[in-house]
Design a protein around this ligand. Sequence first.
Ligand SMILES: NC(=O)c1ccc[n+]([C@@H]2O[C@H](COP(=O)([O-])OP(=O)(O)OC[C@H]3O[C@@H](n4cnc5c(N)ncnc54)[C@H](OP(=O)(O)O)[C@@H]3O)[C@@H](O)[C@H]2O)c1
Length: 316
Amino acid sequence: MTITQDASSPLVVVVGGTGVQGGSVVKALAESDRPYRVRVFSRDATKPAAHSLVQLGVEVVELALTLENKDAVYKAFAGAEFAFLMTNWWVHFDTERDIAEGKLLVDAAKAGGASRVVWSGLPAISRLSGGKYPHVWHFDSKAAVTEYGRQAGVPFLDLQAGNYGTNFLGPPFAPTKQADGSYVIALPVKPTMQLPIIDAAEDYGLFVRHALELPVFPDGAEIVAYSENVTITDVALHLSQRTGKNVVFKQISADQFHADLAALGFPPPIVLDLAEVFLSLDELGWKVDAVSEGLARRPRTWAEIVEVTDWSKVVS
Ligand SMILES: NC(=O)c1ccc[n+]([C@@H]2O[C@H](COP(=O)([O-])OP(=O)(O)OC[C@H]3O[C@@H](n4cnc5c(N)ncnc54)[C@H](OP(=O)(O)O)[C@@H]3O)[C@@H](O)[C@H]2O)c1
């Protein structure tokens, strides 16, 4: 454990430290043989995840990173040597707010003195598709912040998290039981569609730490953090092998997908967003560079993620 309070050690300011990505970043920093001071934020510093971080030696600041709290946000980044930034569109579904808060984080990290900023972005689907898929708001808002960050005058890396393995534990990815006892993963993509897979909670931080510790920071780069590309057919195959149940992938139409999500209670804008994620990534792929060397350890493959995950609530 190398998280320290020693003022001579670099301060890493981590957004989302009580969550999956930020939590993974803190874990990876704690595993480094380099000493770091770590500061995270939470809207509720009394929650168990915040307490666990305090036990690790992390400074937890209770603060909502919003425009209303602009002054406090700037103050919270003061003295940062490194910053890890993320936003969570799924908390409010407000694209303009997501962009504005992302930009605020970039500005605050820069003003705080950060020499390396790692941002958790996503591909600019609207631009990459030539406007064909304009409704993937939760990707496009992150891409807008990436564009801003690259021109902000601070060393800036867009380090995108690949597709979380845990996505297959819930809708719309999760296998659903059929009348004959088999399970189907039904998505509007080709069976050969590939997903860059990551165990985000365990492994995303490896990539962030690697970027912070590289002799030369890949300023301006766009990298995806994942262990391997897996076809959606193989996703199902490994689930079959692990659970002993027949799990298969089935390609469905966009209309069917819309109807399925609506039946599950997803509101119309979310249905549109999610449908276009799949359609666009199936058509365009997820085209960014990968890091395969130099990580502190090898990230988990899909087979390994499947092995350590409890599937009993989904396939039983
Ligand atoms: N699922 C995937 O395959 C995938 C892939 C790539 C990217 N993503 C993106 O990843 C993001 C979610 O990241 P995650 O999985 O790490 O989420 P998460 O586990 O739900 O954690 C969200 C974190 O953000 C913090 N947070 C939210 N609003 C905040 C605010 N106003 N001020 C301060 N902190 C705030 C939360 O802190 P408190 O609750 O403690 O305040 C928490 O630590 C989403 O934008 C998603 O689109 C997902």
